[in-house]
Design a binder for this molecule. Structure first.
Ligand SMILES: [Zn+2]
Length: 229
C-alpha cells in the first residue's frame, strides 16, 4: 500500500479543504463554509473524480468555516464523517465550537470572521475518534492524532511521508501574518503541546487550512524561541 498518491487543495471559502487520494478512493479533509458544495463538485468534475469516490470526510474541528457544507457534501458523496469525541456534540447540534481570540486585536478582527457564530446543517458523525486512529482501512498509510488547543477536539491527519493536515492548530497568512499561532485558541499551552506532538509524529510538510504549505521546521523554531524566553 502506498501512502498517498496525490494531494489536492480546494479553497471552500476562507478555509481550504484537502482531497487525498488513497488506494480505495479519496479522503476529504474539512468541508468549507456554507454553500460551497457546488464549488467542490466543479472541482471534482474538472479532475474527473466521481463524488462517490470520496469515502471519508475528516473534520479537523467544528468551526463554521470547516463544516459549513458538510451536510450537503455528505449527501452527495455518501462518505463517512469522522470527528473527535470532544467536537461531536457541536456537529450533532449544527453549532460552531465557541471561538476564543488570542488577543484584543484579534477579537476585533474575528468579529468579522465566519468562525465566530456560524450555524450550519447538523450532521450525525459515523466515526468518533479519540487518538491514534489508523486510516489503513481507507487505503492510506496515515493516522489521526488528537491535537487540542485551537479547540478541545481538534485533530490532525499525518501520513507516513510526513504530510500533515493540521486544521487551525497553526495558521498562516492572511489569518496570521507569519505562519504560527492560530488567532483563535481555547488553550495556548495545549496548542504548543500539540505542535510538539505533531513534530514527534514525524510531520515534515504542514498543509494549513488558513495559509499555504509550510515546513514543520517553522513550528520547531517557534517552540525553541518560546523555550528560551
Ligand atoms: Zn477554526
Amino acid at each position: 500500500m502506498r501512502s498517498m498518491k496525490e494531494i489536492m487543495k480546494i479553497r471552500l471559502g476562507v478555509a481550504s479543504s484537502f482531497l487525498i487520494e488513497g488506494e480505495k478512493g479519496y479522503i476529504l479533509v474539512d468541508a468549507g463554509l456554507k454553500k460551497k458544495e457546488k464549488k467542490l463538485l466543479r472541482f471534482l468534475k474538472k479532475n474527473r473524480i466521481n463524488p462517490m469516490e470520496i469515502k471519508l470526510i475528516v473534520i479537523t474541528h467544528v468551526h463554521g468555516d470547516h463544516v459549513g457544507s458538510l451536510k450537503s457534501i455528505q449527501e452527495i458523496t455518501h462518505a463517512k464523517v469522522l470527528v473527535h469525541q470532544e467536537e461531536k456534540e457541536f456537529l450533532i447540534k449544527g453549532k460552531s465550537h465557541p471561538a476564543k481570540p488570542i488577543s484584543k486585536f484579534y477579537e476585533k478582527i474575528s468579529s468579522f470572521m465566519p468562525e465566530k457564530s456560524h450555524r450550519y446543517d447538523a450532521v450525525e458523525p459515523d466515526i468518533v475518534v479519540e487518538d491514534n486512529y489508523s486510516l489503513q482501512d481507507f487505503g492510506i498509510k496515515a493516522k489521526i492524532i488528537h491535537t487540542p488547543g485551537h479547540t478541545k477536539g481538534s485533530i490532525s491527519l499525518i501520513d507516513e511521508q510526513g504530510n500533515a493536515f493540521i486544521g487551525d492548530i497553526a495558521m498562516g497568512f492572511p489569518m496570521n501574518f507569519k505562519a504560527g499561532l492560530p488567532i483563535i485558541a481555547e488553550n495556548l499551552d495545549e496548542v504548543k503541546k500539540s505542535w510538539k506532538r505533531i513534530l514527534e509524529e514525524g510531520a515534515k510538510t504542514l498543509h494549513l487550512s488558513h495559509g499555504g504549505i509550510v515546513s514543520s521546521k517553522v513550528l520547531k523554531k517557534l517552540l525553541e524561541k518560546k523555550e528560551k524566553k
